[in-house]
Structures are given as C-alpha cells and as structure tokens.
Design a protein around this ligand. Sequence first.
Ligand code: GLN
Length: 516
Amino acid sequence: MSTTELVKESASEMARQLRAKEISSRELVQAQLDVIEAAEPSIDAFLHVSADQALEQADAIDKRLAAGETEGMSELAGVPIAIKDMIVTKGIPTTAASRILEGWVPPYDATVIEKIKAAGLPILGKTNLDEFAQGSSTEHSAYKSTHNPWDTERVPGGSGGGSASAVAAFEAPLALGTDTGGSIRQPGALTGTVGVKPTYGGVSRFGAIAMASSLDQIGPVSRSVLDSALLQELIGGYDRRDSTSIPKPVPPLAAAAREGMKRDLKGMKVGLVKELGGEGYQPGVEARFNEGVRLLEDMGAEVVEVSCPHFPYALAAYYIIMPSEVSSNLARYDGMRYGMRVMPPEGVERTAANMMSATREAGFGDEVKRRIILGIYALSAGYYDAWYGSAQKVRTLIIRDFEQAFEKADVLVSPTSPTTAFKFGDKMDDPLAMYLNDVATIPANMAGSPAMSIPAGLSDDGLPVGFQFFAPQMRDEVMYKPAAALEAALQEQWGGPVFKDLKAPWLDGLTNGSAK
Ligand code: GLN
C-alpha cells in the first residue's frame, strides 16, 4: 500500500494492518512523519514534531508485537497520535501556544499521556491552538495560525485547530484535544473530523493545562466514530490525581459504535433542540443537518422536538464563569516557577511585583489579557453575586433543561457550529462574533454532559458541516451508537468518507513513496 493510501485509512484499519503484520509501527510512523513534512508548509498544525521519540516508541511497540507481548496494549497499539499543546508531555516542550511558557519542558506526563504510552501509541508531536485554548479560530496562538485543509485561506476553528487540521490533512490518524466551550467539536465541524467532549470527570484532567477547571475536558479527534470510541476508552477512567474524576468504569463505547454501524435505530428517540438553529445559522449548515435528521429517521429513530429554554443564556453565563476561572488559573504564571521571566525596564524598581507584571505584560496575548481582566471584574467584591452568582444559577437551569429533555429523548441533536470555516481575520476585531461560534457547543460544558460532532457533508460553499449529538452524563455510549449509524448511512451516500472530496496537494509528491 502506498504512503498516500495508508495515511488516509482510519486508525482502526491501521491497527488491523499492524496486527496482521502487513505493516509495522515504524513504517506507519515514518509515513505520517513524511506527510507532516510535506503538509506543514501549507497547514501549520504542529508546534513541535517529536520524530525521534515517535520512532523509538514505534520500535519498542514493534518488538512487543513481534514477541506477542500485547498485554495491556490497546487495540490501537502502534497507531500514532498528535497531542494538543495544552496537554503536558514529559520531555516534549509544552507551551499552550503562549509566549509565557516558551521553552518549558515538563518533567511529568498528563494521565492521558501515561495511558497513551502504556497502550503503545507513538506521539508524533504537539499541535497548535489559540493561546491557553482561548478562541475559536487558532488565530490567537502566539506562534502561528493553522490553516484549514479544505481551504487554506480559512481557519480550522479553535481552540484545537491544530489537532483537527492534523487529522483532516492526514498528518495523523488520531489526536487529543481539550474542550472547555467547544474546542474539540467546533474545529471538528469546520474540518470534517470527528470530535468528542466526554462527560466531565470521565477523562482525567491531571496534566491538562487549566483554562476553566469546572468546564475543561480532554477528548478524542479522529476520522471515524469508532476510532474516537477506541481512543476515549483508552484515555478514560477514574484517576485519583484529578479531584473531579468520577469513580466509575468507562462506558462500552466501541461496542456502541459497532452496534451503530448496523444502522438500526428502532426504539431510539432523538430530540431536536429547538433553540439550537434558525437565526444566525448558515442555510447550508441547516440543510445538511436536516438531511442528517431524516437519515436517523430512515434508520428507525423517532424524532421529537425538545425545548431547552435556557440554552440561549448559556453563552453569556459561560463568558462570566470561564473568565473568572481563567483569571484564577492563570495567576500561576508569575515569572517565578516556569517559562518566561522579564525583568522590569530600566528605571523601574526591581521588585518581585514589578517583575511579575513585566512578565505577564510580555508573556500573555491580548485575548488572554481580555479574559483575565473580565474575570477579575466578575469576581471582585460587590460584583461577585451579581455576575458570578447569577451565571452559576443559569448553569443550574441548563442542567435542568438537559434533564427534562432527556426524559423525552434518548439523545439530543443540533448543528455543531452555526457556520462553516471563515476566512483569516474575519472575526479578529469582533470578539463577540468570535464567541458566537460556540452557541451550540457551550451548553454541554455548562452541564458537564458528553457531546460529539461528526461530519454531515459539505455546505454549498464546499466546506464541512458538523452534526452534534448530546447524551446524558456518564452515558457517553448513548451518543456513539446513532453517531456511528449516521456516519455509515452518510458514507454510503457519498461513496466513502467525507475526505474523498478533499484535495490534498501536499500528498502529491508522496504518491510514489511506499510504506511497503
Ligand atoms: N471558543 C471557546 C472559548 O474561546 C471555547 C474554548 C475551549 O473550549 N477551550 O472560550
């Protein structure tokens, strides 16, 4: 199989070829490194490529596979993965795409990274993001903007645009992201990839750089629903090092996805969220979404409309709670402990406080500073109840909306993002327009419940549209079944995955290259 054919396969197909000894992990990793080299000049998804470590890990896995020592290994053993640079990796620079962490090489691994290493997945490198995961386009990275493989003049979404673009551009079959308000799902929608935000507490946050701790969650990015299921099973589970980790086993996600592929949804009730659609949603997005709903119906699901009357307030409440937590979490970047230190300018007294402000002034970008200022304001004495207190009440109402909706339906659906990918610069001068990207994704973070985005096809502009599923807390398997069913039905219509329509000129030079 040529490099070009191999890297377009799903992670589970790569895993099958590995187990059948048709390819080795080293060959697979090398093929992905070749694509990364060819694609990066036009995509810019990676902040750091850890080629040597990845090849070393691949060799170790090949040895274990050859010796039949597969104990503790995942079904995905040998398949490489890219990691959002918001997740701490021992010995590999970790920056959160911020200048303030430039040059920091962590002395420890996040829990999810420990699990990935133990399961035998070589790490290709660290992917770009909006600084400290704050944004919806990846343009707020302090280092560079990532391009959307479907149209390199456009953004890939954010904050996890690097992970989404890496997977969409065939640079990696799998990636990890973090989702605080939609940073896995919205880039998933804009790049045609599958992106999952697991139940809050379902995947350990230990070693995920904190943005807004009550909302942050690590989750998978892939090109198929089954691949995300396998990856979430691998990274999920209780961790005593995360105080909000839920002491329950990971639900049977891959089994649910495989069940879904049979395309029989009889007995399942699908709730259409009335408030997530209509005004502000691009017609091409609504058209693909409605077609998806009809396919679910064709497979036997009963579609009902549900109302979540407080969802329209989710975005406003999020922009109180999130910055409040950001201002507190980012207080640790003080020039003392890690990363950058800037001494006060000539003539200014060399005190610790002056060093801290000089460091934070130079180290943080404008969007991060905006949120720190908003958060400090929302938490200040006299305003605390009016702002933070009210936002927390809205949060409770959103949780109740979900509870009531799940009495009427097993799974809820909506478009993932109101629009397809926009052009660089389009929303940079208008923070509110940027924030509105997340109207449909934020409710799940506010409630701590799981949600995922899968590709629903291309809009009239030729750009991918995302279809979102929501499930009840710790019932992540409930969304994997209809998601896999819809994916299978759509792929039958298209005659293959959505990516068959992606022109990937960076692969052209590799066509003759062979991974044996
Ligand atoms: N785009 C949202 C924000 O800017 C979501 C961020 C995220 O999920 N990390 O806050």
